[in-house]
Write a protein that binds this ligand. Sequence first.
Ligand code: NZQ
Ligand code: ZN
Length: 387
Amino acid sequence: MRDFSFYCPTEIIFGKDAEFKTADAALRHGGSRLLLVYGGGSAEKSGLLDRLRSGIEELKLTCGLLGGVQPNPRLGLVRKGIDMALDMRADMIVGVGGGSAIDTAKAIAHGAANPGRDVWDFWLQKEILAKTLPVGAVVTIPAAGSETSDSAVITNETTGKKMGLNTPLNRPVFAIMNPALAATLPAYQAACGVTDIFMHTLERYFSPFSDNTFTDEIAEALMRVVIRYGPRVLKDPSDYEAMSEIMWCASVSHCDLTGLGGIKDFSNHKLGHELGAKFDKPHGATLSALWESWARYVLQKNPERFIKYAGNVWGLKTAGEGIERTVEFFRSLGMPTCLSELGIGRLSDTELDDLALSCTNGKTRTIGSLMKLDCNDVKSIYALANR
Ligand code: NZQ
Ligand code: ZN
């Protein structure tokens, strides 16, 4: 097992009516002037936002509201949120929704804690983030795991770049998780979420190292549970038992626990982010569209790992069977498994070049750890998926 540091300080408040504990959690974590950040309508329509506001007002806390976060959340709204947070002297930012709302809340917290600096410079690594405001999360879709993760993914709509920032300062101080809040999810959105949850552990499992018994067994158990309960939440998002399992898996899958002692790969995420930024497609769908191509491309780097995955997750014998069964799983969820199924047609050679160049920051970086992929490798993987 390799050395690691694991810091996951988020207080998880899980269960029925958990949203009524939001104001109290905010207060306990030092918040009295809260900016609530939410999406395009679901939190308003379900009445969640009203419930949160009345709880906050009951405790005599101040509450500002910023709606309109889009999936693949944009930097422009982050900048607007930073201005609002500074105007109202917010001391806590609360994301209400999924990865997009929570990541926007994280970015606003960073900008508001560092006035006078361009918040995007933290993503570009031109500035090192040293302080932020506390962030809370009220989760309405199990997917990105942003409620416990050290990551925030924002799209700069001016440059067309979608980028993650990883720092311990991204970990929310609390997460409110009531599985019933996800009961209104459309099936496709739920499927994107299930795919992302599965992928967060899969991308950690395919580490160059294979000697982490406890971590591997946690990872394998998580994937088996997602396989078992994922189809149930698609069929009926109000199935509380199934949604509970999936929602808890989402948070554990991306808090780092399922990869400790290894080196996470995450090349499929980096490949997918390029498609998310260029074509504005749901994150989970970009991952399933590329995974098979990635897996077949890197298989020979560590075939034993693929065999272990096939056996312990799917009860199969060979690496190839494990890959095929994974692809079938994505199909059974209604997820795309190649670029045309993602709804972007077949790309030209120039478009593949552009994607590969952007993904490797103009050939200045490689991605992945199981196999370090340079610009040519990246293009080859996009080309394999281009069908
Ligand atoms: O905007 P509203 O109206 O709320 O609708 C949202 C949105 O259209 C809808 N939705 C959410 N909860 C709902 C609901 N609709 C009905 N009922 C509910 N209860 O779902 C749609 C997608 O929301 P979004 O927040 O975009 O989904 P998700 O949680 O999948 O987040 C995706 C974003 O997170 C990033 C992705 O790249 C993407 O930008 N990620 C963030 C990570 C992190 N911070 O750790 C890690 C991930 O790998 C990922 O990259
Ligand atoms: Zn993801």
